[in-house]
Ligand binder design. Structure first.
Ligand code: MF3
Ligand code: CO
Ligand code: CO
Length: 269
């Protein structure tokens, strides 16, 4: 399977799916607070997607080769959980950070986005990790234009994370997206500028760096999905779905409540 170049009609459908995915995060934000369980957040998101938006939660029963079906409608990854956390009985407490990753299907097309949320007052260290990870995502997005290479994205993300004293998770990456949840290409969050596939207008893929406060190594829990840092250090992730346009890029997973991009881009020397 090769990289799909989307038609104007497909791009229009992806714009809608992207906005709806972002609106699920807008909706859930006010509910993310101390005392709530991740399972309750999942149930609220599921109801909003299915009954308000009439979208399909893509994670529910998603089972790529070698995986058991994912049992919930969103992913919730708390503190040292890197990604693919399964919502359940875990009660969020003051100082926690949680990534909520939403993927909706609308009219057959996928929109995929995630944000970090602070529970009450989080530590300066946790807030800095989330801020740097957000900057990493946007530094990657700013590379996207026809003729740029996938490695250009990876390099700026890796450089910013590592020069901030953090590490980049290697086992998971961004991905093409469209009628399928995970398409080509793989979008690595590390690498060298000028390497990899050249970007072409009409490509759509995600950029979703996972950044650890400690070492980059991860392991999978016995549930078959949840990924955690081996050293139990804090991990953060942000995700957008991005279209390559003739002149640059368009972020598809945006909505009225989406956080603004960083104003002053912190670029590593
Ligand atoms: N949304 C994740 C991504 O960004 C994938 C989650 S797969 C699931 O690619 F099954 F865990 F939902
Ligand atoms: Co994704
Ligand atoms: Co996602």
């Amino acid at each position: 399977m090769s990289i799909v170049i989307k038609t104007e009609a497909e791009i229009a459908a992806m714009r809608l799916a992207g906005r709806l995915a972002s609106e699920v995060l807008d909706f859930i934000g006010p509910h993310v607070k101390p005392g709530v369980t991740t399972g309750h957040l999942d149930a609220l998101c599921h109801d909003y997607m299915v009954n308000q938006q009439k979208t399909v939660p893509a994670p529910l029963n998603y089972a790529p080769p070698g995986y058991r079906p994912f049992p919930k409608s969103v992913c919730t990854s708390v503190n040292h959980q890197v990604c693919h956390g399964i919502p359940g009985d875990k009660v969020l407490k003051n100082g926690d950070v949680v990534n909520i990753d939403v993927t909706v299907i609308k009219d057959g097309f996928h929109g995929d986005t995630s944000r970090m949320f602070f529970i009450g007052e989080s530590s300066i260290a946790a807030r800095r990790l989330c801020q740097v990870t957000y900057e990493c995502m946007w530094l990657g997005i700013d590379q996207v234009r026809p003729g740029a290479m996938l490695g250009d994205i990876g390099q700026v993300i890796q450089r910013h994370a590592e020069s901030s004293g953090f590490s980049i998770v290697r086992e998971f990456c961004g991905h093409g997206i469209g009628r399928r949840f995970h398409e080509e290409p793989q979008v690595l969050h590390y690498g060298r500028a000028g390497t990899g596939e050249p970007l072409v207008a009409g490509m759509i893929f995600t950029i979703e760096p996972m950044v650890n406060a400690g070492r980059r190594e991860v392991r999978e829990l016995a549930d078959g999905w949840t990924i955690v840092t081996k050293d139990h250090s804090l991990s953060a992730q942000w995700e957008h779905t991005v279209l390559v346009t003739e002149t640059g890029h368009e972020v598809l997973t945006t909505s009225a409540g989406a956080p603004v991009r960083p104003v002053l881009q912190t670029v590593a020397a």
